[in-house]
Design a protein around this ligand. Structure first.
Ligand code: DNO
Length: 355
């Protein structure tokens, strides 16, 4: 595996490439053109500028998170092909620039959803948290306003204000889309992009829906083992794979994470590894990465990745806000650096104990 950190680009991130370079064992970053608009083709010069900036800092651009998908593609409106054509153009240019992993999601309206961005834990750190009760008592149109006070001046991925301003319209667009329709539209999209992925050896890594169940009555499909296997079978190509995100699949306690990983040999193209602490099955908060701070056995997760011969990029995921850092919730430097170091430690021990 290759340890990386997510980086939003020098215009948007409070963390610098220099700081990332100084985290032991982190050799690459996962980045994006954060101000790109879903549906538009990325310009080659922008891709190369991002890549060069990262390489000049002594790191590697190991993959993209995310190239976002236009709603027309998810909804399957008649004009979807023009947006898919642009997506293909972006993939072509990424391939030509030597980038071979693209993370994306197929979640309607909201990307990942949390009801609190700064829940205080007993040690004074703050974390992202979710309670189903809060969602059940909230009008989706007020969702953005309810968390926007805690964003620390940042734009959250998938929660761009312009997008949230259109929320009513977005809900309207998805009103006839159920799980089956969403699967169908995903299949259409994947079928169209696979030739370019084959040509440039680009691994597509779908990110799970987070939380792994329907919110506000919207369809959610990338939520469990059965559905991921359905997704891979319907377009059976090794480039059609997944981002294994322990924190997202783990929101549903019925998901057996090590078992899911073992069933995905050869199809996990990217791993997000983090822990959650459950207060009840529908109230969880994002803990430190350490097993004993949360609910998951992180050793078992890393061991499962080792057992399937995982060689792709991995990153610590959301971190707690600690040591008075002010950053995008979940994406500060300190706790993610601790996470990377811990995961590297587990990996070293696993590798050595298998010799
Ligand atoms: C949350 C992230 C997600 C993820 C997208 C992938 O912090 O894991 O926003 O990047 O769902 O497209």
């Amino acid at each position: 595996m290759q340890m990386t950190l997510r980086w939003y680009g020098s215009k948007f991130d409070t963390v610098t490439l220099k700081q990332i370079r100084q985290i032991p064992g982190v050799t690459g970053v996962i980045s994006t053109l954060y101000d790109s608009v879903p549906g538009e083709a990325w310009e080659m010069e922008d891709i190369l500028a991002l890549k060069n900036e990262i390489e000049e800092a002594g790191l590697k651009l190991v993959g993209i998170e995310s190239v976002n998908i236009h709603d027309a593609i998810k909804v399957g409106t008649p004009d979807r092909d023009k947006y898919i054509d642009n997506y293909i153009l972006t993939l072509e240019r990424l391939g030509q620039a030597g980038i071979h992993m693209v993370c994306y999601n197929f979640m309607p309206v909201f990307d990942w959803t949390r009801t609190e961005l700064a829940r205080m834990r007993p040690d004074g750190s703050t974390v992202l948290a979710y309670t189903q009760e809060a969602i059940d008592n909230l009008n989706p149109e007020d969702m953005f306003a309810s968390i926007s006070g805690d964003v620390n001046g940042s734009i959250l991925p998938g929660w761009e204000p312009e997008r949230m301003a259109r929320i009513k319209e977005l809900f309207e667009m998805y009103k006839d889309v159920d799980d089956e329709k969403l699967f169908e539209n995903l299949k259409y999209f994947l079928t169209r992009i696979m030739p370019v992925c084959d040509k440039y050896d680009i691994n597509m890594a779908i990110h799970p829906d987070d939380p792994a169940w329907s919110v506000f009555g919207l369809p959610r499909i990338i939520i469990n083992k059965a559905n991921i296997h359905r997704m891979m079978k319907m377009v059976d190509n090794p480039h059609n794979g997944v981002t294994f995100c322990s924190g997202s699949y783990g929101t549903n306690l019925e998901n057996d994470l090590p078992d899911m990983i073992r069933s995905l040999k050869g199809r996990i193209h990217f791993a997000h590894v983090r822990n959650l602490k459950f207060n009840s099955p529908t109230d969880f908060e994002e803990s430190a990465h350490l097993s004993s701070d949360g609910t998951f056995d992180m050793y078992e997760i890393m061991l499962a990745l080792y057992d399937i011969g995982f060689t792709g990029p991995i990153r610590p995921d959301h971190g707690r806000m600690i040591w008075d850092e002010v950053a995008m919730p979940g994406y500060g430097l300190y706790d993610r650096a601790l996470g990377a170091t811990y995961l590297n430690g587990l990996w070293e021990a696993i590798v050595k104990s298998h010799k």
